[in-house]
Design a protein. Structure first.
Length: 586
């Protein structure tokens, strides 16, 4: 990603934040004005309104488990300056909601919304709006608002109460929907690319990155309430359960992503185990809590939010350990996790009732998600680049090792094993058209005496110099190897006996004429003896037999005075002779 693209992304994040916060100043939070009456489902709205002394206005008024509650607050001073005022409540897990409004002229209104009707009251992001008047023509001023909630799972959530105008709410809803869709579009890019690259490369961290981003997109869709526009049959309860499970899934996959993305060896076995166990634990525990939540209202919500802190603690410990061990990718992940962690911890603290309602958490959520996806994508790209460099380095090292395995380290010629492999892979001649090859076995005469007289270091120099002469007499399709000690073997392709003898004599003459050794310790003369055996491509499988024949010819050259070339007798195939005799007898 170049600098221009990075600047565009950062400008997009800034614009996204501005869009999300555009209506914040025009919306008044009034949650602290409301008092609560719990376990009062048997009381009608009129009866509850007539008994204000039963309402609890303490700071802990919502920190209770209840099947139903009424919330009552005075809004006349705020509503008087707002035309067509609406009440904004945070979307949560609950059943029916009732809204009772009294006006300064003494009139009142009462409306009940079942779970189906509540879908129609949805407003992005993650809110519901309830009109307090009948429209622009209704000039009445709301004085007191009381709303009741049946089966609230997390009562603390209902401290988030706000009032604004219908026009402001409508504009904010459209801006929020646009911001959510824009964020989903940006988050879809790493999903697509990670899935595509995983299909080719099969790296686990690519799959985890795609699944983490996908679960985050699903969470945004459920959290914002856009799911109601996509699937109208989804209920408020279904949306809440999916909202909670997708955020837990995102956190679990995030733990596994940290585990997979950091460089090997930087996390340590304990942190790797802790991340894996945490991912499984929060998924299983959250599923159990949410499944039992109707029986454990408030307490279940408290435990669920406490579980949300666990992955952040484990991830922070793991990333700090990885950074201390030299992980650059851990630094990227710490940067990526910081904004979203602040949001998530704030949400947890708000869910626990420790932190009062702060709408800024909702406004930084989407920019934080996009920022996290951007930085993690950079980390993934860096990991792919590192892995490519590692593969290139391993490939280069493998080539070096193969070269060492196939090459004599002193002379640079093929070793005995490599020559045998090359003989096995030689192309076969066409049927009925055998090609001749020559095996030359070359040995330095009196090499032990050279080592004893001049030293092994000078002897090694002589071997290297002889190898250069042999290499100079090799064509591109010939083979030359050092078999061991002072013995060398050459395979001359497409060469008959006359051609092999000619090459061998040239080598023998060139060696006899050259001065070997070093400048300070020259060797006056070195000679070589050479044995030759001729074979056809059909005889490649009998290379050992032909090598022994050439070696025997070499022995003959040695015993007849050295500095000579001797040709081995042709090798016959006993089985072929037997088959021919059988054919003649038939």
């Amino acid at each position: 990603m170049n600098i221009s693209a990075l600047r565009i992304c950062l400008l997009g994040l800034a614009a996204l934040f501005c869009v999300m916060t555009g209506a914040a100043a025009q919306t008044v939070n009034i949650g602290d004005r409301f008092c609560v009456l719990t376990d009062a489902g048997d009381l009608s709205a009129e009866d509850a309104l007539a008994r204000p002394e039963l309402f609890d206005c303490s700071e802990d008024r919502l920190r209770v488990a209840t099947e139903h509650f009424w919330l009552l607050g005075d809004v006349a001073d705020i509503a008087a300056g707002i035309e067509s005022s609406v009440l904004l409540l945070r979307m949560s897990r609950h059943l029916d909601i009732s809204i009772y409004v009294t006006y300064t002229d003494g009139s009142f209104s009462f409306r009940e919304y079942d779970t189906d009707a509540l879908r129609e009251m949805w407003q992005a992001p993650s809110s519901m709006q309830f009109p307090l008047t009948l429209g622009p023509s209704d000039t009445r001023i709301p004085e007191r608002v009381m709303f009741g909630v049946t089966a609230p799972w997390d009562p603390v959530n209902w401290s988030a109460v706000a009032i604004t105008s219908a026009q402001t709410a409508h504009a904010a809803n459209h801006r929020a929907i646009g911001a959510v869709l824009f964020s989903v579009g940006l988050l879809s890019a790493p999903i697509l690319f990670s899935f595509l690259f995983f299909g080719v490369l099969r790296y686990p961290f690519l799959l985890l990155n795609a699944l983490t981003s996908l679960s985050t997109v699903m969470y945004v869709i459920f959290w914002s309430g856009i799911i109601f526009a996509i699937l109208p049959q989804v209920t408020v309860t279904m949306r809440s359960v999916a909202d909670h499970m997708t955020i837990v899934l995102s956190l679990a996959l995030g733990c596994l992503m940290v585990r997979a993305l950091c460089e090997p060896g930087t996390l340590g076995p304990r942190n790797r185990l802790a991340l894996a166990v945490t991912a499984v634990f929060i998924m299983v525990s959250s599923a159990i809590i949410i499944g039992l939540s109707p029986r454990f209202a408030y307490i279940g919500s408290e435990v669920f939010h406490l579980l949300g802190l666990l992955p952040f603690i484990v991830v922070v410990i793991a990333l700090v350990t990885a950074v201390r061990n030299g992980s650059k990718l851990a630094i990227f992940q710490m940067i990526a996790w910081t904004p979203i962690s602040m949001f998530a911890i704030g949400r947890v603290l708000r869910g626990l009732g420790i932190l009062d309602f702060t709408g800024i958490l909702d406004y930084i959520f989407l920019p934080a998600l996009v920022f996290e996806a951007l930085v993690i994508s950079l980390a993934v790209a860096l990991r792919l680049l590192n892995m490519r460099n590692e593969l290139e380095q391993l490939s280069a090292e493998r080539e070096i090792l193969l070269e060492y395995a196939d090459t004599d380290p002193l002379t640079g010629l093929l070793n005995r094993r490599a020559l045998a492999q090359a003989m096995k892979s030689r192309p076969k001649a066409p049927e009925g058209k055998p090609l001749y090859s020559a095996i030359l076995v070359i040995d330095i005469d009196h090499f032990k005496a050279i080592n004893d007289t001049f030293g092994h270091d000078v002897g090694d120099i002589a071997l290297v110099q002889l190898a250069a002469i042999l290499r100079a007499h090799c064509r591109s399709n010939d083979l030359c190897s050092r078999f061991g000690g002072e013995e060398f073997v050459m395979i001359l392709s497409a060469t008959n006996a006359d051609g092999a003898r000619l090459v061998a004599d040239r080598i023998r003459t060139r060696v006899a004429e050259k001065t070997f050794g070093s400048d300070t310790r020259p060797i006056d003369q070195i000679t070589v003896s050479i044995g030759i055996s001729i074979m056809t491509t059909a005889d490649d499988s009998r290379f050992d037999d032909h090598y022994r024949a050439a070696d025997q010819a070499l022995y003959s050259a040695k015993t007849s005075g050295r500095n000579k070339v001797c040709m081995a007798l042709p090798i016959t195939d006993p089985l072929a002779d037997t088959r021919a005799e059988t054919k003649r007898s038939a």
